[in-house]
Unconditional design. Sequence first.
Length: 80
Amino acid sequence: MTTIPVQLPNDVRLFAESFAKIKGFATVNDFISSLLAELKDRQLKLEAELLEGLDSGPTSLKTDEDWRQMRSRVESKGVV
């Protein structure tokens, strides 16, 4: 395992310490490591879904309404 020194503003450090304790993490390091692992998993899932979309078949022209609906679905998933 590698150690990475990170400088945080005092208010962010206090938040991280408090939130880590509330969520039951043993240390702030464990909390931050968990956040990064979750972010990595979300990124890998997004990339897989994008590749799946590219491989899903022929494309078609989209209307403004089509784009609005797609944007709404993506925003509702918290991706953007």
